[in-house]
Ligand binder design. Structure first.
Ligand code: AMP
Length: 493
């Protein structure tokens, strides 16, 4: 979801309003399960999707034609308790965990977004970013919409609501509304008639379907990742396809391909870093993929050392893969305090840096006098790596070789991963040798782009890897690019 923050002119009213700060990945969940404790199942689904967003959490349930909603700032376990959950009865539920970014941290932007329509309540939970928010907002203003939040997610909800006003059914209204949206959107949508799961024509953000198999008739679950199915005992059925809408009602699940030219462009960064390693794609777990890219990294950039260690948690599977391929012993050299959040949820640079000290502690007796290969999933701005390298040297490592299981991040994401302006991305402004010098390593190597894609064992064209190449599969309006300060001459990899 996007929080709209920079000022721009509204051509129609002459007023200034806020637009487009592309930001975050989020977690979405949905369940259609009459007779089950839908609210608790939604709670636990969100609990498993906590890594996708720690800023706010929310659940909306529908029973009959009534909607019950609770949203709050903070972690799922902080926002909900037994008594709050009991006040949310329903046969259909959706939920959302929202990613944190500076400035947009407001309850008003928490999801699900809810509106009342003449057919009853409508609630949506959105993961991704729209890229045509200015045009969409203008259209919705012309249709007489009032905005309560500053998010593109609310625009999607209002687009559906305004389409309903023309006499369309839920399904027809939703499909017309999606044609107005450009960008990345994986959605779960609750209505009194049923639950929808939708992906944009490129399927940039993930969305999976599961069933509560043991129950007859089948009851369906939708989630950003399969780890949210596992936690509630649901079985993974398949992914919602790019440009597909699944409509789950008392009649079962129906599938509609609402977009003319779907073309899968799944975000490769989900595979490398963002999604949980125990989540599955149709090819296997992301843990297996990360092992594979670790092996590939070793094939591409082996160096002699005494041990391979990973940066917990995201660098560990690739470090194990590197060790398996190279035969160099895998060891634990950094211990993570699991009770502090990801460092990137902290708003200031200063806090980010101290967050790393809070989070990782090197094991002196393991590292002392050793030549160490340290594997991490990515370098974005370079701050984390610099701190880690210093910590390893302070703990007695005599050589530190860094290996990264993705190519240099050179371009910001406009489709839902929180990356800085291009000028902040170290891979866009410095060569690999300069980065090595800045972070203080004896050697540095990144995984090749080809190696990253080959290891998926899928068609390389079915992924979005714009953060590594600048080839954005969905065209970006100029003003949107400006919101992330694009450089004239980024470093060519
Ligand atoms: P830095 O280079 O200091 O920006 O941090 C890179 C580290 O943050 C890597 O170890 C990644 O695990 C993690 N990371 C990668 N992408 C993101 C992101 N979009 N937001 C926050 N952290 C990230």
């Amino acid at each position: 979801m996007t929080d709209n923050y920079s000022l721009n002119t509204d051509e129609h009213s002459g007023n200034y309003y806020k637009i487009d700060k592309p930001e975050e990945a989020c977690g979405v969940f949905g369940i259609y399960a009459p007779g089950e404790d839908v609210t608790k199942l939604t709670y636990f689904g969100l609990y498993a999707l906590q890594h996708r967003g720690q800023e706010s959490a929310g659940i909306a349930t529908i029973q009959g034609d009534k909607i019950y909603t609770h949203k709050g700032m903070g972690l799922v376990s902080q926002v909900f308790n037994e008594s709050i959950l009991q006040q949310l009865p329903g046969n259909i539920g959706i939920g959302h965990t929202r990613y944190s970014t500076t400035g947009s941290s407001r309850i008003i932007n928490a999801q699900p977004t809810v509106v009342e329509t003449h057919l009853g309540p409508l609630a949506t939970a959105h993961n991704g970013n729209l890229v045509n928010t200015v045009e969409l907002r203008e259209k919705l203003i012309r249709r007489g919409c009032d905005f309560k939040s500053t998010t593109d997610s609310e625009m999607i909800t209002l687009a559906i609501a305004t389409e309903l006003k023309t006499g369309k059914s839920w399904l027809e209204a939703a499909m017309s509304a999606f044609h107005l949206c450009q960008g990345a959107f994986s959605l779960t949508i609750a209505t009194p008639e049923g639950l929808m799961g939708v992906r944009d024509p490129h399927g940039i953000r993930p969305l999976v379907i599961g069933t509560l198999e043991s129950v007859n008739p089948k009851k369906y679950v939708l989630a950003s990742e399969t780890c949210a199915l596992d936690i509630i005992g649901a079985e993974y059925m398949r992914d919602v396809e790019p440009g597909e809408l699944v409509w789950i009602t008392e009649k079962g699940m129906a599938s509609f391909h609402w977009s003319e030219k779907p073309q899968r462009k799944l975000c490769i960064f989900e595979m490398i870093y963002f999604a949980r390693p125990d989540s599955m794609t149709e090819r296997g777990s992301l843990y297996s993929y990360r092992l594979k890219i670790g092996r590939q990294l070793a094939k591409e950039s082996l160096i002699s050392a005494d041990m391979v260690i990973g940066v917990p948690d995201s660098g560990i599977p690739a470090a194990i893969g590197f060790s398996l391929e190279s035969g160099i012993t895998y060891a634990e050299g950094l211990i993570k305090n699991r009770y502090v959040g990801r460092t990137f949820i902290q708003p200031t640079q200063h806090m980010r840096e101290s967050g790393i000290r809070m989070k990782l502690n090197p094991l002196k007796d393991v590292l002392e006098g050793k030549r160490v290969i340290i594997v991490d999933d990515s370098i974005v701005r370079g701050n984390t790596s610099k701190k880690i390298v210093k910590a390893l040297r302070d703990a007695g490592a005599i050589e530190v070789h860094m290996r990264i299981s993705s190519p240099p991040v050179t371009h910001p994401c406009f489709y839902g991963i929180d990356t800085d302006s291009q000028e902040q991305l170290i891979g866009a402004t410095k060569s690999v040798a300069e980065i090595a010098e800045q972070i203080g390593v004896d050697s540095l190597a990144y995984l090749s782009w080809e190696g990253m894609l080959k290891s998926t064992e899928e068609d390389p064209n079915s992924f979005c890897s714009a953060c590594f190449t600048g080839n954005y599969p969905i065209p970006l309006p100029e003003r949107l690019k400006l919101s992330k300060v694009m450089l004239d001459n980024p470093v060519k990899v």
